[in-house]
Design a protein around this ligand. Structure first.
Ligand code: NAD
Ligand code: MG
Length: 393
């Protein structure tokens, strides 16, 4: 039976990895739907190649143009537009597996829709889970959905946890590895002057610009600790982040008996993608084999939260119960966009997030409306803070 895929965010970096693996296995996967925000030309090319039943865009003008081009090319693909269309497509019964590869809060509602509808969800969009934590996991449980993490660290942990054969009391702690990003060895003073292109030049992984900046600030690791907390149901004190510059060990699980299980491989997203697509089977991914004899060494060190305060802020939010996670995420999205647009300095990102967290009013409950309200309020506060930082820069 063909597995029918709805790939949201297909024109991004994760989308590329997904479609690369899918194209290697036409006997297993069928692309039901694809989606894009701005890169409609790329979406058109993907439609020509994979001939999906639906293609989703966010702008009405893009929808009209894309529909015309697809018709002219003789394709029956139906073009749909807007957030409601994304959510409806995610809830519909005409596909099996949602690939949640939209970046940021924009991915939350469609991913929740797929959870309600009991889909298999391959989750790359960590921001959606960070924002909605308990609500997301409750929706998955109630909808009888399945989540398989695509984030390489969480996918590694998912694989390692099979080593305790369901005995979750046998797990002592999780170790999430982090490359340390492009500024791992830079002094705090020199970080104020780094450019967006320098921040996006990740030493080991090729990714979208937002997550690349998150890797450079270590906010990505903070978001990932929160993500691991919800995915694997472990308290913050039992999740550790360690810098591992070689990015060969993708993460580890320490068992009660002090046995440490690790998952290794070359840093290439097609590996977690192939695992998650075929789970519980294994399929060819296109990833270069790992030549252990050519590794110079594997090193691990504690992260420096003085130089990378975003990690500390995320850990603090989780230690305080996680209620402010949606605000942390929203402020970070606003700050990263401002940094990429050269409106604030790299070191302002942490300041914007910190000031937003200090000034936010936390709601008394964690329903969807409260989460969306918190996201909205945090964006406003963060934009004000961006203006303050921008005036100083
Ligand atoms: P990207 O910027 O390369 O792609 C983002 C995708 O989301 C694009 O298809 C874009 O069209 C779509 N998109 C953006 N804004 C949208 C909006 N408002 N509405 C609808 N669609 C929108 O990002 P990426 O690097 O592929 O990352 C995607 C997600 O996966 C992020 O949450 C990221 O944290 C996570 N992730 C990425 C990697 C990686 O290797 N790139 C690894 C782990 C996790
Ligand atoms: Mg990751």
């Amino acid at each position: 039976m063909l597995q029918r895929l709805l790939v949201l965010g297909s024109t991004g970096s994760v989308g590329d990895s997904i479609l690369d693996v899918v194209a290697r296995h036409p006997d297993r996967f069928l692309v039901h739907g694809l989606s894009a925000h701005r890169r409609v030309d790329k979406l058109y090319q993907q439609c020509l190649r994979f001939r999906p039943a639906i293609a989703l865009v966010t702008e009405p003008q893009h929808a009209i143009e894309l529909q015309a081009h697809l018709l002219a090319a003789g394709l029956a693909t139906e073009v749909l537009c807007g957030e409601d269309a994304l959510c409806e497509a995610a809830r519909a019964c005409d596909y099996d597996t949602l690939v949640a590869a939209i970046v940021g809060a924009a991915g939350l509602l469609p991913t929740l829709g797929a959870a309600q509808a009991g889909k298999k969800i391959l989750l790359a969009n960590k921001e959606a889970l960070v924002m909605s934590g308990a609500l997301f996991m409750d929706t998955v449980a109630q909808g009888n959905a399945t989540v398989i993490p695509l984030d390489s660290e969480h996918n590694a942990i998912f694989q390692c946890l099979q080593g305790c054969a369901g005995d979750r009391d046998g797990v002592e702690r999780l170790i999430l590895t982090a490359s340390g990003g492009p500024f791992r060895t830079r002094s705090l003073e020199s970080l104020a002057g780094v450019t967006p292109d320098q921040a996006c030049a990740h030493p080991n992984w090729s990714m979208g610009r937002k997550i690349s900046v998150d890797c450079a600030t270590l906010m990505n690791k903070g978001l990932e600790v929160i993500e691991a907390h919800w995915l694997f149901n472990l308290p913050a004190q039992r999740i550790q982040a360690l810098i591992h510059p070689q990015s060969v060990v993708h993460s580890m699980v320490v068992m009660r008996d002090q046995s440490v299980l690790a998952q290794l491989g070359n840093p290439d997203m097609r590996m977690p993608v192939a695992h998650a697509l075929a789970y519980p089977q294994r399929i060819e991914s296109g990833v270069e084999p790992l030549d252990l004899t050519r590794l110079a060494g594997l090193t691990f060190e504690h992260p420096d939260v003085q130089r990378f305060p975003c990690l500390g802020l995320a850990l603090q939010v989780l230690a305080e119960g996680g209620q402010a996670s949606a605000a942390l995420n929203a402020a970070n999205e606003v700050a990263v966009e401002a940094f990429l647009g050269r409106r604030i300095r790299f070191t302002h990102i942490a300041q914007v997030v910190e000031q937003t967290l200090q000034r936010i009013d936390l709601p008394g409950h964690a329903g969807l409306e409260a989460i969306l309200g918190l996201d909205h309020q945090a964006r406003q506060l963060a934009r004000e803070q961006v203006r303050v930082c921008g005036a100083q820069a």
